[in-house]
Design a protein around this ligand. Structure first.
Ligand SMILES: Cc1cc2nc3c(=O)[nH]c(=O)nc-3n(C[C@H](O)[C@H](O)[C@H](O)COP(=O)(O)OP(=O)(O)OC[C@H]3O[C@@H](n4cnc5c(N)ncnc54)[C@H](O)[C@@H]3O)c2cc1C
Length: 521
């Protein structure tokens, strides 16, 4: 039996590791095909101290059950005697978030109330949505369940800037997030229950996974785009019999037997991502390579869902983020932000500038964020949830701005005008346009996401953010890991089933904690 995995993001790499660990498939019988030149997909790391780094900012919680189960078996880069999981938990125990100024208004005042601005009525509305079965939420939007006032509460700002939801987004997804994230409710402002990697996610998670797979003989192919997979036609059954891929403009076809296994990552949140520089805005990048295979599959079969819902132009204003990574050799920005927020650099979580047109959120990483980051260099990150709107000081949409323009807007929003020239001179801001990153939130119906094992499939599993896993929440590596584990378990019938998705609504401690938010003074 040979296993073929399309996509080398966290999901594809996790799939290879589960095959070895859970299903006893020898590494030499597994091949991973990644179109990019490097591994990691959404957990990318690019640039350097001279040109400026670029990376995503991410948070996690302790209920990433599939992820941590796997990372328990993977040695960390810094100390191979310690697993990635143990390193992660030890780091979070010694460096918990203590966000003292999560939301700041245009006058530099910290916005914080005991109930996050929620009324008891809001509590009932949240409960009503949670109690509505998913089957009744097809295509419905969050804004259908709440009055306009709800979307200006501190709660909504905290929730949407951490989780990515907008009022026009999916009520189904919001319901799942509330259930899955109920235990985080009391700490939405200080972020004490949120967790982070000890360094950037590429070096903390992706590097160790690749380092574990390589000596086990897994065929790790980068720069390989899988153009098509052939499906043998027999009524009611879907069996892959062929993989067509391209490498360096050379097309290759390999035969797949009915006993083989093919796992395909559908789409990518970083599809068509592009980066700019201090002097150039990111150039829109078409191509759609990341969802091309999904589109081909869906053209021939209804069991493959609806890629057009997630990828394609009309949806972009509801799915785009522009993020930016700032590499600085000065300390002025860190000093000023610490003075404003009362948080030591690296201890606060997000700082959201609530009155900024782009709805900017920033975070200073625990330093060094990158292995090899030169001493005296600091890295911080931010993003705009509304990058299609004009800035307040730079009258342009964020997506059309250079790194210098984004940095200027941030500094002026923060009223750091006196330090502006010094900070600009010692900083490199790399903007990053991600037109599809937030598309997992688009309102959807139940058939838009295909099942992990499409109906009738005998040797094909679908993994990643766009395959359906009941109850779990996308925009997480946990979701991709779960799809991989589930697909392998069901297709091969080997190893344990994935652990159940954590559901806060059945956890008395989480329920009590959430209730206390409404009762505290
Ligand atoms: C800015 C940002 C913030 C994030 N924050 C968080 C967070 O806070 N918490 C969290 O858990 N997660 C977070 N994520 C999400 C996380 O990155 C994704 O959940 C995860 O990377 C998904 O992994 P994946 O393997 O399913 O897909 P991806 O990482 O998107 O990888 C898919 C890969 O498949 C490749 N591919 C696609 N089609 C083909 C083909 N036909 N042939 C060959 N290769 C192909 C692509 O090139 C890509 O590398 C964040 C992501 C971003 C970008």
């Amino acid at each position: 039996m040979k296993a073929h995995i399309v996509g080398g993001g966290f999901g594809g790499l996790a799939a290879a590791a589960y095959l070895i660990r859970n299903a006893d498939v020898p590494g030499r019988d597994i091949t991973l095909y990644e179109a990019d030149d490097c591994w990691g997909g959404g957990f990318f790391l690019s640039g350097g101290p001279e040109r400026g780094y670029s990376l995503p900012g991410s948070v996690f919680d302790s209920h990433f059950r599939c992820t941590f189960d796997l990372l328990q078996a993977i040695p960390s880069t810094s100390d191979p005697a310690v697993s990635v999981k143990d390193e992660f938990f030890a780091f979070n125990a010694s460096h918990p978030f203590n966000d003292r100024a999560h939301i700041i208004d245009r006058d530099g005042r910290i916005v914080h109330g005991p109930h996050f601005g929620l009324s008891l009525c809001d509590g009932f509305r949240l409960a009503r949505l949670v109690l509505t079965p998913e089957a009744m939420l097809d295509g419905r939007r969050i804004e259908e369940f709440f009055p306009a006032r709800f979307f200006s509460t501190e709660f909504w700002l905290l929730w949407s800037t951490i989780m990515g939801s907008l009022p026009q987004h999916s009520a189904t997804e919001f319901r799942r997030y509330i259930n899955r994230g109920l235990a985080l409710f009391p700490s939405l402002s200080d972020m004490a229950r949120f967790m982070r990697t000890p360094r950037n996610q590429h070096q903390a998670f992706i590097g160790p996974l690749v380092a574990w797979l390589r000596p086990r003989g897994v065929n790790l192919l980068t720069g390989v785009f899988v153009r098509d997979i052939g499906l043998a036609s027999s009524p009611g059954r879907i069996t892959v019999n062929r993989i067509d891929y391209e490498r360096d403009s050379t097309a290759t076809t390999i035969a797949v037997g009915p006993e083989d296994l093919v796992l395909v990552t559908l789409g990518s949140q970083i599809a068509d991502m592009s980066m700019g520089s201090m002097t150039e805005a990111p150039r829109p990048r078409g191509g759609g390579q990341s969802w091309a295979l999904w589109t081909r599959l869906a053209q021939g079969h209804t069991a493959f869902g609806n890629p057009g819902l997630y990828f394609g132009n009309p949806q972009v204003p509801s799915s785009r983020w522009v993020s930016f990574t700032v590499t600085t050799t000065g300390t002025e920005f860190l000093d000023q932000l610490s003075a404003l927020t009362g948080s030591e650099p690296g201890t606060g979580g997000l700082v959201t500038l609530k009155d900024s047109g782009w709805l900017l959120s920033l975070t200073i990483f625990h330093q060094p964020e990158i292995i090899g980051q030169p001493p005296g260099t600091n890295v911080w990150w931010g993003y705009g949830l509304y990058p299609e709107r004009n800035g307040d000081f730079v009258p342009k949409p964020m997506k059309a701005c250079t790194g210098a323009e984004i940095l200027e807007e941030v500094l002026r929003q923060l009223r750091f005008d006196r330090q502006l020239a010094t900070i600009m001179a010692s900083s490199i801001c790399i903007p990053c346009d991600m037109p599809y990153v937030n598309n997992i939130w688009l309102p959807r119906g139940r058939s838009d996401r295909p099942h992990v094992i499409p109906e009738g499939a005998t040797n094909l599993g679908l993994i990643g953010q766009y395959a359906e896993v009941p109850r779990d929440i996308a925009f997480t590596i946990e979701y991709s890991a779960r799809t991989a584990w589930e697909a392998i378990h069901r297709l091969l019938g080997r190893g344990p089933a994935p652990p159940p998705v954590y559901q806060g609504q059945y956890d008395p401690k989480a329920l009590l904690g959430a209730l206390k938010v409404f009762l505290r003074r």
